[in-house]
Each structure stands twice: as structure tokens, then as C-alpha cells.
Design a binder for this molecule. Structure first.
Ligand code: A3P
Length: 320
């Protein structure tokens, strides 16, 4: 991480000097940039995407809180949007040989990372992008154009546990594991990548209520409960509803199966490849369940996070 920070632009290094900072989960520090916490390399890439990304009306942006089902949403959206180009049952479907993060690139870890300004004009239409950027900080052209935004979040208890596991997997062996208590305290203060998580959720939640044609808001738990129903919502929102013929032939169920945790986890590319920075794809697939937090959080922690959610989400209509 230190070597990565060395490579930052002078402009970004100077900006960092003026930002509030706290000890980070993974990198040395997290910085508060445009009201959310993130890492220096992310800040540079986000600024670049804000300056250079030009949305077109047909684009689809998948936005998520980290560890809320990003990989899953990317797979589902890719399969739905491209179902006429790539038959869902085909042995050569791209999702069988590529990780979803390679098919739907992140602005901040891929397209605008390392000081790059990509030429995105030749990507197949509709273009699909992924990001963890909060709504308020999305590139202006995303907010102003007719492009669509699909958001997924997850109950914060599970998101926290998933993040804690992930951070400890990707931490270099030379660093001591991050303790659960320490991570929990930072999470509840909002000091976690792209946090505070409640601000992140509320930003997209409010937008999805004010502009339902612009932002579709999903919860991981709802997807787990009834994926067929949620896939129909997704396809309708994207302006490509499933036809009766498709419904009858079971296309929706086939997409759900193709993108399921069990299926993706067992693919060679997801067991051995690396798609986000230098991190192993296998670490993106842990348990894929709702409610695993009961195995980790103490009653005091549960009480603390429950109270925090009541306080932060009260009156918004959003609950878990
Ligand atoms: P757990 O750590 O609780 O298992 P992200 O993709 O945003 O990084 O989120 C990772 C979480 O989503 C992990 O949760 C992971 O196991 C789960 N996940 C990954 N692929 C999934 C899929 N196809 N269906 C459901 N959950 C999935």
C-alpha cells in the first residue's frame, strides 16, 4: 500500500494533506473525502472518474456498499442485459470463464485506477459499470443523464462480518489480523471503506424514492428470498422485461442458477483467478448466507448496532 501511495499524483498527495484521516482497516489510513472514508488510491481514481467519465443514456451503473453482494449483482445484471447475445445455458457463457468483476469493471479499481483515463467508447452496448462511490459523489454525467443505477445493500450485521473476514483474508501475512472488537468500533463510527454505511444507503435510498426510474434499490436479503421476483424487477427497470416466452422456458430460473453462489464459487476462474487489484477471486465467495452474524457478534454488539441503526435510519422508511 505504501508503494501504491508513492505513485499517486502530486495533486492527490497534496489533497491528502488537507483531509481528515483515521487509522484504516487495511491501508495505514482512511481519509475523509467528500463526506466518506476511503483509501488514497481510491480518491485519485474517483476524482479522475468525476472529471472524465461521460455517461450515455443506455449505461447501467451497479452501485453497492462493499461486501453487500456486488459480485452477485454484477453477475445477474450481466446475464440479464446480455441474454440475447449470450444464451444463458450456453457452455461458453462469459460468466463461466470470467469473474463478474472482469465483465463489469469498477470505476475506482479498474477503469480509472493508476492514473489511467480509459477509452470506453468501444465497449458493447449497453455498457455496465460497477462502483462503491456514494450517490452524491457519482460523476455528474451519471446523475444528469438518463442512464440507470442499480443499488444493492445488505443488513449491516452481515455486511460487517463479511467485511471483517474479507479484510483479514486480504491483509498481508506480515500484518496481525484485525480484531473483531476493533473493527466493530470503527464500523459503528462509520470509519470503514465508503462509510459511514448508513449515509451510503440513505443516499441511494432517497434517490430511489424520488426518482424510481433512475435508481433501483435492492436488498441482499430480498434477493435471497425470492430471486425470480427480483430478477423480473431488474429486467423491467432496465427496460428489457422478460417475455412470456422467456418466462415459460425458464430463462429467469436459469439466470438465477448461473449466478448462484454455489455455481460461481465452484468455477475454476473463481477458485484460482485474481480480478480486483491483486486479490484472489476465491475470497469473494465465503458463505453467501443471511444471518451468519449470530456466530460472531456478542449481545452487547448486537444491541449497539441495533440502536445505531434505529437512530440513523429513523424516519427514512429504510430498515433491516
Ligand atoms: P459472506 O462473506 O457473508 O459470505 P461483495 O460481492 O460485495 O464483495 O460481497 C461479498 C459477499 O457476497 C460475501 O458474503 C459472499 O460470500 C457473497 N456472495 C458472493 N457471490 C454471491 C452469490 N452469487 N450469491 C450470493 N452471495 C454471494
Amino acid at each position: 500500500a505504501a508503494a501504491e501511495e508513492e505513485k499517486l499524483s502530486q495533486e492527490c498527495k497534496e489533497l491528502l494533506l488537507s483531509l481528515p484521516k483515521e487509522k484504516g482497516w487495511r491501508t495505514l489510513h482512511l481519509y475523509k473525502f467528500q463526506e466518506f472514508w476511503c483509501q488514497p488510491t481510491e480518491i485519485q481514481a474517483i476524482i479522475s472518474s468525476q472529471r472524465h467519465f461521460q455517461a450515455s443514456d443506455t449505461d447501467v451503473v451497479l452501485a453497492t456498499v462493499p461486501k453487500s453482494g456486488t459480485t452477485w449483482l454484477k453477475a445477474l445484471a450481466f446475464a440479464v442485459v446480455n441474454r440475447r447475445r449470450f444464451a444463458v445455458v450456453s457452455n461458453s457463457h462469459p460468466l463461466l470463464s470470467s469473474n463478474p468483476h472482469d465483465l463489469v469493471p469498477f470505476f475506482e479499481y479498474k477503469l480509472y485506477a493508476n492514473g489511467q483515463i480509459p477509452d470506453l467508447s468501444n465497449l458493447p452496448q449497453p455498457r455496465l459499470f460497477g462502483t462503491h462511490i456514494p450517490f452524491a459523489s457519482l460523476p455528474n454525467s451519471i446523475k444528469k443523464s438518463d442512464c440507470r443505477v442499480v443499488y444493492i445493500c445488505r443488513n449491516p450485521f452481515d455486511t460487517f462480518i463479511s467485511s471483517w473476514h474479507y479484510i483479514n483474508k486480504i491483509r498481508p501475512g506480515s500484518q496481525a489480523p484485525m480484531l473483531l472488537d476493533e473493527a466493530f468500533e470503527m464500523y459503528c463510527k462509520g470509519i470503514v471503506g465508503f462509510g459511514p454505511f448508513w449515509e451510503h444507503m440513505l443516499g441511494y435510498w432517497k434517490e430511489s424514492i424520488e426518482r424510481p426510474h433512475k435508481v433501483l434499490f435492492f436488498k441482499y436479503e430480498d434477493m435471497k428470498e425470492d430471486i425470480t421476483f427480483q430478477l423480473k424487477k431488474l429486467a423491467e427497470f432496465l427496460g428489457i422485461p422478460f417475455s412470456l416466452e422467456e418466462e415459460r422456458s425458464g430463462v429467469i430460473e436459469k439466470i438465477a442458477k448461473l449466478c448462484s453462489f454455489e455455481n460461481l464459487k465452484e468455477l475454476e476462474v473463481n477458485k484460482s483467478g485474481k480480478s480486483i487489484k491483486n486479490f484472489e477471486n476465491k475470497d469473494l465467495f465465503r458463505k453467501g448466507e443471511v444471518g451468519d452474524w449470530v456466530n460472531y457478534l456478542s449481545p452487547t454488539m448486537v444491541e449497539q448496532l441495533t440502536k445505531l441503526l434505529e437512530e440513523k435510519l429513523s424516519g427514512s422508511g429504510l430498515s433491516f
